[in-house]
Write a protein that binds this ligand. Sequence first.
Ligand SMILES: [Zn+2]
Length: 118
Amino acid sequence: MSYIGILEYVIGVIHDKDIWYYVGEKDTNGKRLRTDERYSSFLVDAKRYDDEVELRWELENLPRTLTYKILEIQRCPKCNKEFTEHPALSREDNETEICPECGVREAVEAYTKARSTA
Ligand SMILES: [Zn+2]
C-alpha cells in the first residue's frame, strides 16, 4: 500500500450503527465545546492527528461510556475525496484503492456497459 504525504488519523465514535467523528474539546477559536458538540457526522469537522502516540493519549482521556475506533484518512485517487471507510478495489486495474462511492459507481458503470453491449 502506498501513501501520499503524511498519514492522518481521526477518532471515530460508534453511534448506533453509524460512525461519528471526534471534534475535540475546543473549537477552532479555542472555545470549550459542550459534550454533545464534541462529535460530528462530518469528516471535515473531525480533529486530525498525524501522531499516533498523541492520538492514543487523547483516546485514554475520553469518556469510557462510548466506543471509539481509530480511523485512517485516505484520499480517493479517482474523485480526490477524503474517506475513512474500508476502501473498494478499482475495477480498472484491480489494485488501486478507491472510496466506496467510486466503487459503487464503477460497478454500476460496468453493469450498464455489459447490458448495452449484450
Ligand atoms: Zn472516490
